[in-house]
Unconditional design. Structure first.
Length: 245
């Protein structure tokens, strides 16, 4: 039986670029040899994002609009990962800042070698194109905190491109509690505690100047959430013997 793939795209006020992103993915995905869907999980957008996606889905039913109340990127990704019923589930930023051809490299590794492969903007072979120096510096400072407190072996937890097997997605996102930007960190901590095979893969990444992230405000909120994850680890919340709650 041919495996199936969901590309899960969280959106919040992405009307200016979602059609371009979907067109690029629709052009590339037929060549991968899998059954596929584009699952756009809308985080209560106040613009025309949902209407644009609905219009595209009427022409191509493999484009699925999943409407959610506004919670934040973590809550949106969690909802999409758990709603999908596919063998493979790929988290993809709406700005498609990674060339679509990089998706093939994820598929080469999941599920044959790993349960989860996370894209990385760091390490040998990674390419960061057009990013201001101050943004890169802020990211490295935050990552040093993350490595010290939560995920010591990952150079880039926050890249928005990650591939999961269906089983790994269920195991991880049924336990993720954070709705904000730091959900990636919690997801990777859960994966480690569940004994899943995780691999960090350097990718090509292009800076987009319409990022939804506020560097100062969201860094403070994410630092707070990292401490929550660390407290959950200390309480054994993510241990194997714990259930879904």
């Amino acid at each position: 039986m041919t495996p199936s793939l969901s590309v899960i795209i969280p959106t919040f006020n992405e009307a200016s670029r979602i059609a371009t992103t979907l067109s690029a993915l629709q052009s590339h995905l037929p060549a991968i040899g899998l059954h596929w869907e584009l699952r756009i999980v809308d985080d209560g957008s106040r613009d025309h994002t949902a209407a644009i996606v609905e219009s595209i889905s009427r022409v191509d039913p493999r484009v699925v609009l999943q409407r959610e109340p506004h919670r934040g990127k973590g809550g949106t990704i969690r909802a999409g990962m758990l709603a999908a019923r596919t063998d493979l589930r790929f988290m993809c930023d709406a700005d498609l800042s990674m060339p679509v051809t990089e998706l093939d490299r994820f598929l080469d590794l999941v599920p044959s070698r790993y349960d989860i492969v996370i894209g990385s903007r760091e390490g040998i072979g990674a390419r960061r194109i057009g990013e201001p120096a101050y943004r890169h510096l802020m990211g490295r400072v935050f990552n040093s905190l993350v490595r010290r407190l939560a995920v010591p072996d990952v150079n880039d937890t926050q890249c928005g491109f990650k591939m999961f097997t269906g089983d790994a997605a269920e195991a991880v996102f049924s336990r993720v509690t954070l709705d904000g930007w730091a959900f990636d960190i919690e997801a990777l901590v859960i994966a480690t505690h569940r004994g899943l095979r995780v691999h960090e893969m350097p990718i090509e990444w292009h800076y987009r100047d319409r990022s939804q992230v506020s560097p100062v405000r969201d860094s403070i909120l994410m630092a707070r959430d990292v401490l929550k994850v660390r407290a959950n680890v200390a309480r054994g919340r993510y241990d194997r013997h714990q259930g879904r709650g």
